[in-house]
Design a protein around this ligand. Structure first.
Ligand code: 5GP
Length: 125
């Protein structure tokens, strides 16, 4: 079931529970603005999810409502995680699924960071 990107934030979603420490994760990085952890079902040798600490359903919600410090902190956090994983030189891919056509499943904004091998074409055909 994909997410309605305009729905109100549900604080019982799985990433909200991870942020509160109610569900474990394999943490890669945490700072004031972001938490980064390994995806439970990795699609590449490196597959990390980077999420803002604020309660935002989707990229749409975040880009419209987050303040400048949150947006800067999130963008910098994603870049930092790629650097600490050594992915800048070989290259990597970022993906944020939004809503039904994007196949977003978890209603808390997350950026997928993929790397560790050539990642092939941008979209499945
Ligand atoms: P989406 O389709 O919403 O962009 O991606 C959601 C991602 O969250 C999926 O890649 C899925 O494997 C991951 N995921 C779902 N539940 C959990 C969980 O409990 N822990 C972790 N680490 N990842 C999860």
């Amino acid at each position: 079931m994909s997410v309605d990107p305009k729905a109100p934030y549900d604080n019982q979603n799985i990433f909200a529970k991870i942020l509160r420490g109610e569900i474990p994760c394999n943490k890669m990085h945490e700072d004031d603005h972001v938490l980064a952890f390994e995806d439970i079902n990795p699609q590449a040798p490196n597959h990390v999810l980077v999420i803002p600490k604020g309660a935002y359903v989707s990229w749409d919600d975040f880009s419209a409502k987050a303040d400048d410090a949150e947006i800067a902190g999130f963008i910098r956090g994603v870049g930092h995680v790629a650097r600490i994983l050594g992915l800048v030189e070989p290259g990597y891919r970022l993906l944020a699924n939004v809503g039904h056509h994007g196949h977003q499943e978890v209603p808390h904004l997350h950026v997928h960071l993929f790397g560790g091998q050539p990642l092939g074409p941008m979209l499945a055909r």
